[in-house]
Design a protein around this ligand. Structure first.
Ligand code: RTP
Ligand code: MG
Length: 140
């Protein structure tokens, strides 16, 4: 299978607890390569755009306010089957349901403060990467 790229966010609960290195260690140990990375403060507008698919959901306001509550680290990860592999490494959305060894099982605090985001399909990965990175920012 060809190399694939996925979009990742280390969420505010990760930066607040100084866990960016610990999470990156899990990502790299899984064979995913961090080919772009930047620490940013997301604006409300950026978070609303990013999570637009969830805008009708009851947790949307809470989600946007959490994602803008502190710095995040946006990343592009590259590897064989990177999209599915990263979802596996992240674990279930709710850490109570996440498998042992996954990032969310180890680090997530709740379904909201769940440490990481990863794209769920090739189409969303492309859109999400383009929202935060230009081609020159990504060095494979
Ligand atoms: P993500 O998009 O952040 O990678 O997470 P996901 O695919 O595992 O979950 P998704 O269904 O896309 O939901 C996006 C984020 O919304 C928050 N959420 N809160 N309070 C709730 O019931 C609830 N449900 C979802 C989570 O932070 C989830 O990651
Ligand atoms: Mg999602």
């Amino acid at each position: 299978m060809a190399l694939e790229r996925t979009f990742s966010i280390l969420k505010p609960d990760a930066t607040a607890r100084n866990l960016t290195g610990a999470v990156n260690a899990v990502i790299e140990a899984a064979g995913l390569r961090i080919v772009a990375q930047r620490r940013i403060q997301m604006t409300t507008k950026q978070a609303e755009t990013f999570y637009a698919v969830h805008k009708e959901r009851p947790f949307f306001g809470e989600l946007v306010s959490f994602m803008t509550s502190g710095p995040v680290v946006v990343q592009v990860l590259e590897g064989e089957n990177a999209i599915a592999k990263y979802r596996e490494v992240m674990g279930a959305t709710n850490p109570a349901n996440a498998a042992d060894g996954t990032i969310r099982k180890q680090f997530a605090l709740s379904v909201g403060e769940n440490t990481v985001h990863g794209s769920d399909a090739p189409e969303t990965a492309a859109v999400e990467i383009a929202q935060f990175f230009s081609g020159n920012d990504i060095v494979g």
